[in-house]
Design a binder for this molecule. Sequence first.
Ligand SMILES: [Zn+2]
Ligand SMILES: [Zn+2]
Length: 427
Amino acid sequence: MHPKNEGDDALPNFKPIGDRPLDAILVSHAHQDHIGTLPVLMRRQPGVPVFMTEATAEIGTAFLHNSVNVMTRQREELGVRLYPLFTHREADRAADQWRLCRLRQPITISGERATRADPGTLTFEFFDAGHVLGSAGIFLRARGLTIFYTGDVNFDDQTIMQSAVFPDEKIDILIMECTRGDHATAADWTRAGEERRLADAIAKAFQRGGCVLVPVFALGKTQELLAMLYRFRRENLLRDFPVYIGGLSSKMSEIYDRRAHTTRRQLPRLQLMADVAPFVLNGQTIHDAPARPGRVYALSSGMMTPKTLSNIFARRLIENPRHFIFFVGYADPLSPAGVLRSAQQNDEIALDPDEPPQRLRCNIQQFQFSAHASRESLVNYAKRLSPKKIVLVHGDPTAVAWMRAKLVSELINCEVNVPTPGVELEL
Ligand SMILES: [Zn+2]
Ligand SMILES: [Zn+2]
């Protein structure tokens, strides 16, 4: 689903599927843009098996039920009559159809329209994508062709997640994300250096009597940030201080904690909820939570969508030059986070269209802790595989354009496709 749009506009374009029955749905991970409308698709495709990793299923269940609550509230607050797009019952029923897969477990499915001449079988395998807990790239074999879909991927270690383990064998068609295609990585960037910079910035904000708001995705960025704060305290870069997160983020963090010992990750013994012990805010308590100095508020949504915790809280501190907002990952350029990130001091900004605009007087800083692969690492991976065709997905137009031009010039015999939504692509 489109995380920035509302109602009908947020739904994927299901039209090209028409009445054709699907043989299977494969889910790469549980971020909203990948799983947010799964129950809607399943309502249109009763009985279709849905494959995902066990961690994605656990996160996805919590996530979809939370979405029903959010959409129900939005129906009342924003009057989006189409909401909720699905019910708690449908979210439960959808989960009954989910088939849990281990990484590197080959699974074969036979098509509905299989014939003896063309059995229509397809085999697939999930590979660790290193993006968030449960995330996977998907390797498919069908009719003598191999196809690899990266999903959302990271080829570098994060503070918790370890880098992707992707296939190196011959692949005919590579379907690749390119979220960061419009940004070059600074030559001197290292994760360790960036962590140090963040610790220093927090210390400075506290010294100036301010608090720090970090808008984060509930899944992934929240847990990575909590793990960083844990390390800052343990390494005595910062003294102990209170940390606040949202309700959904706490649920996601509990899943990270429960699965810590069975996950390939860093800091396997770290229990975020016990060791970092964040305070948990929700849709009610956020309204009474003052912006207290010396505290870090790691609140979702990452794009600061109106009515979410990060948006409500940002409006409380945006006009106060003592306070700080730190951006640590991707935000759609047109989302409130994207707008705020590129704004200048004293600009007038409407973070919520239902509220009066405000003057930007607080301090804005940016850090690079993206959970997505750098464009350099994506190009390197594509060169190593040297596929016959590449299909570019999951990027803003400028990101896709850079990746396309780069790949066309670097891979002479490769056909690089940028698919048009709704138009069938012959592989
Ligand atoms: Zn993602
Ligand atoms: Zn995504």
